[in-house]
Design a protein around this ligand. Structure first.
Ligand code: 5U1
Length: 668
C-alpha cells in the first residue's frame, strides 16, 4: 500500500468510528469541528489521488447510516446538503457566482434563516394527510420514522387551509430547545441514566427510538424550511412565499426568517443573528442564505449534491478540542482553592482560549481531567469557557488523576475541607500571599474602596516587592518607593497616592464590603450597615443580633461574627482607621419599606455590576420572592447579558423583563 493509500484508509477508519458513535450510538467521540477537519483531510487527499476514491468513501455520501430496525424510504427528490462558507469573502464569492450565472448586476433578493443544529427530516402529505416521515439518511435513502414523527406536536397529521397540493413533501429540522434538553437531562440524571451530550444528540436519540411512546415524551420541535416532491397544486414562485404557504397549511417555520437584498444584506443578517445566537432558545451553527426566486434557483441548479443557489454561513464552533498542559490551583481571597486547566490555546466561540476553570475539586474528580488529556472545550456567547468532558480514547498512557493538594501551593499551609462543602481552602489566612493579594484587590475594587489606578497587576507587584503586605499598608505608601517600581514612574506614582488618599473618605457599607468578610457581598454589607449604623455596634453584635438584619441567615451571621473574633482582623481595622479611613455617621434604617412585597422575580444572565447573590438579597430585602423558573406566576424577569432560554420563555408568557437599572429604580 502506498503512503497515500494508508493515510486514506486511516482517515476512513477514523470517520467510520466517528459516524458510528454519532449516528448509531448518539454518543459522539469528538466535536463537530474535528469531524469536519478529518473529512476535509480525506477530501483533500482523494482530490490529489483520484484513483483512491471508492464509492463507499465517507466523502461520497451526504451523511447517515440507515438503522437496520427502521424501514427504508427512497427520497423522490434527493435531500441535499449545503456548501459552507466561513468567512465574509466566501459569502461575497457565493453572491458573485450567483449574479454571474444569472447575468444580473442588481442585488439579488435572498431568503435568510438560522441553520438549526438538529436533524433533517422529510414529511409526505397525500391529500393533506401525513403518510410518510423519514430521516435524511444518506440523502438518497432515509429511515422510515413516521410513527415517531407523528408524536411531535409540531407535526400536523392533517394539513389545513386552501390550496394544499395533492402530494406535498416538506423538509424541516427537528430540534430540541436548550430548556427541553436541560429538563430531559435533569430527569435522566435523577433516574441514574446517562445524560445526552448536547441538544442535537438528544434530538437524534429521541427521534430514532424504536418505541414511539418514548419519542412522544421527549421535548422535540420542528421548523420547516423547504420542499421535496410536489404534485397536483400550484405553489408561489418565491421561496419566502412558499414558506408563508406552508405556514398557512399549519407547518411551523422559524420566526427569524428574513428577506434581504445583496451581499451586504446577507452579512448584516449574519451579524444580527450572531448577536442573538446565545439567547436563542435553540442551538444554531450558522445561517442559511437561499436565492428567493424559484426560477433563479432552477437556472442555477446544482453541483454534486449541493445547490448553487444556497449556502450555509457558519459561526465559529462553540466546541473545540484541545489538550491540557497543566492543572493549577488558584487561591482566592477566602483561601478557596480552584483548579484551573492551562490549555493548548484553541480558537473556540470566536476567541482564543488557553485557560478554563474546573470550578472545584468535586467537579475535577467527576470529569476526571488529567494533565495530557484531550478535552472538549465549550464557549458559547460570552459565557466563561468550560471543559465539557475528556475524550477517553485520546488519553495518553501513564496519566495520573489530579488530586487536591495537601498544602497550599502558594504558602504551604494546610488545605482543609469542610464536610459537605465543595470548596477546599488554604488555612494560611493572612500568612498566605495569594489570599492577601486577592484581599487587597477586592479592597481596592471600584465597588469597595474605589482606589482608581490600583489594578490587579499593580497589587501583585506591590505585594511581591514587599511594599505592602495588607490593605492598611496602602495608607502608609509614599511616592518615592512607588516611583522606583518597574513601569510605574513618578507621575503614575503620584496619581496612585492621590487616589489612595481620596479613598480615605468612604462610607460604612463600602468599608464593610471592602473588608472581604466571607459571604458578605455588597447588598449584605449595606443591610448590616443600615441595621447597626456603626462599626462598633457590628463588632459587638452577637450572631443572633446579626441575624436580625433582613435576609441574614445563620451562615452569614456566623461568618461575620467569626471575622470580627479574629484578632488580626480587628488589628487591621484599627490600622485602616489609624491610616485615615473614615466615613460619615449613619442613621439606623429598619424600615418596613418593601416595594417588591408579594412579587415573584426570576433572575437570568449576567448583571452589569451586581452578583447574583447580591441581587437576590436585595430583592428579598425589598419583600420580593426569588424563584428559578419563569411561569405564569412570575411578575418580573430580571435579565442581564447573555440571558438564555428564560428570556425567551418570559417573552412567550409576556412576563415583564426588567434590567438591573429598573430594579434599582424600584428599590429607591
Ligand atoms: N434552515 C435551513 N436548513 N437547511 C438545511 N434551510 C436549509 N436548507 C437545506 C438544508 C440542507 O437544503 C436546501 C438548500 C436544499
Amino acid at each position: 500500500m502506498t503512503e497515500a493509500a494508508a493515510q486514506v484508509k486511516a482517515l476512513r477508519d477514523t470517520l467510520a468510528r466517528y459516524d458510528h458513535r454519532y449516528y448509531v450510538l448518539d454518543d459522539p467521540e469528538v466535536p463537530d469541528a474535528e469531524y469536519d477537519r478529518t473529512l476535509h483531510a480525506l477530501k483533500r487527499l482523494e482530490a490529489a489521488h483520484p484513483t483512491l476514491v471508492t464509492p463507499d468513501s465517507p466523502t461520497q455520501r451526504v451523511s447517515g447510516t440507515p438503522l437496520k430496525a427502521f424501514g427504508e424510504v427512497t427520497h423522490r427528490v434527493p435531500m441535499l446538503s449545503l456548501d459552507n462558507a466561513f468567512a465574509d469573502d466566501e459569502v461575497r464569492g457565493f453572491d458573485r457566482r450567483v449574479r454571474e450565472r444569472l447575468e444580473r448586476d442588481e442585488p439579488i433578493v435572498y431568503h435568510c434563516e438560522p441553520k438549526l443544529d438538529g436533524l433533517a427530516v422529510t414529511l409526505r402529505y397525500e391529500q393533506g394527510e401525513l403518510t410518510v416521515g423519514a430521516t435524511r439518511g444518506d440523502g438518497a435513502t432515509g429511515e422510515d420514522i413516521t410513527q415517531n414523527l407523528r408524536t411531535l406536536p409540531g407535526v400536523p397529521l392533517r394539513l389545513r387551509g386552501e390550496g394544499v397540493p395533492s402530494v406535498l413533501e416538506v423538509r424541516g429540522e427537528v430540534f430540541m430547545t436548550q430548556r427541553g434538553f436541560e429538563r430531559l437531562n435533569a430527569e435522566a440524571l435523577a433516574r441514574g441514566d446517562k445524560a445526552f451530550v448536547n441538544p442535537r444528540n438528544a434530538a437524534a436519540g429521541s427521534l430514532r427510538q424504536l418505541d414511539p411512546r418514548i419519542t412522544a415524551q421527549r421535548p422535540l420541535e420542528i421548523f420547516f424550511y423547504g420542499l421535496g416532491w410536489v404534485e397536483g397544486g400550484a405553489l408561489p414562485k418565491q421561496h419566502g412565499e412558499v414558506l408563508a404557504a406552508l405556514r398557512a397549511f399549519g407547518l411551523r417555520t422559524c420566526p427569524e426568517i428574513r428577506l434581504v437584498k445583496g451581499v451586504e444584506g446577507l452579512l448584516a443578517y449574519y451579524a444580527e443573528i450572531g448577536a442573538k445566537r446565545a439567547s436563542l432558545p435553540y442551538q444554531i451553527d450558522g445561517v442559511v442564505y437561499k436565492v428567493d426566486s424559484l426560477e433563479s434557483q432552477r437556472q442555477l441548479g446544482f453541483v454534486a449534491r449541493a445547490p448553487r443557489w444556497a449556502v450555509a454561513h457558519k459561526y465559529p464552533a462553540e466546541e473545540e478540542m484541545t489538550t491540557v498542559r497543566e492543572i493549577e490551583w488558584q487561591v482566592g481571597r477566602t483561601g478557596a482553592l480552584t483548579p484551573v486547566a492551562r490549555l493548548e490555546p484553541v480558537f473556540v466561540g470566536g476567541v482564543t482560549v488557553s485557560n478554563a476553570t474546573l470550578h472545584n475539586v468535586d467537579e475535577l474528580t467527576r470529569k476526571d481531567v488529567r494533565v495530557g488529556d484531550t478535552v472538549i472545550l465549550r464557549r458559547a456567547g460570552d459565557v466563561i469557557p468550560e471543559v465539557v468532558r475528556v475524550i477517553p480514547e485520546r488519553r495518553p498512557a501513564h496519566t495520573v488523576p489530579s488530586v487536591l493538594p495537601g498544602v497550599c501551593p502558594v504558602c504551604g499551609s494546610a488545605v482543609a475541607r469542610v464536610d459537605g462543602e465543595a470548596v477546599a481552602r488554604c488555612t494560611g489566612g493572612w500568612l498566605c500571599p495569594a489570599q492577601r493579594k486577592e484581599a487587597i484587590k477586592h479592597f481596592a475594587h471600584r465597588r469597595a474602596m474605589d482606589i482608581e489606578g490600583l489594578g490587579d497587576k499593580l497589587v501583585e507587584q506591590l505585594v511581591d516587592s514587599e511594599l505592602i503586605a495588607r490593605a492598611s499598608d496602602l495608607y502608609r505608601l509614599t511616592v518615592d518607593p512607588l516611583a522606583a517600581l518597574d513601569r510605574l514612574g513618578a507621575k503614575s506614582a503620584a496619581n496612585l497616592i492621590a487616589s489612595i488618599d481620596h479613598s480615605r473618605a468612604t462610607t460604612l457599607p463600602r468599608f464593610l464590603f471592602a473588608l472581604g468578610i466571607p459571604n458578605v457581598g455588597e447588598a449584605t454589607a449595606l443591610a448590616v450597615a443600615q441595621h447597626f449604623a456603626g462599626l462598633e455596634a457590628i463588632q459587638a453584635a452577637s450572631a443572633e443580633a446579626i441575624m436580625a438584619v433582613p435576609d441574614v441567615g445563620p451562615v452569614v451571621a456566623a461568618s461575620i461574627r467569626a471575622f470580627f473574633d479574629e484578632p488580626r482582623n480587628s488589628q487591621e481595622i484599627e490600622a485602616l482607621i489609624a491610616g485615615g479611613v473614615h466615613w460619615p455617621a449613619m442613621e439606623v434604617v429598619r424600615s418596613a419599606h418593601q416595594p417588591l412585597a408579594g412579587k415573584t422575580i426570576v433572575l437570568t444572565g449576567t448583571l452589569p455590576t451586581l452578583s447574583r447573590a447580591d441581587a437576590e438579597a436585595l430583592i428579598r430585602q425589598a419583600g420580593g420572592k426569588v424563584t428559578s423558573s419563569v411561569t405564569k406566576k412570575t411578575d418580573y424577569l430580571l435579565a442581564g447579558e447573555n440571558a438564555g432560554s428564560k428570556l425567551a420563555r418570559a417573552e412567550e408568557l409576556k412576563v415583564l423583563v426588567i434590567s438591573q437599572a429598573d430594579l434599582m429604580a424600584f428599590l429607591s
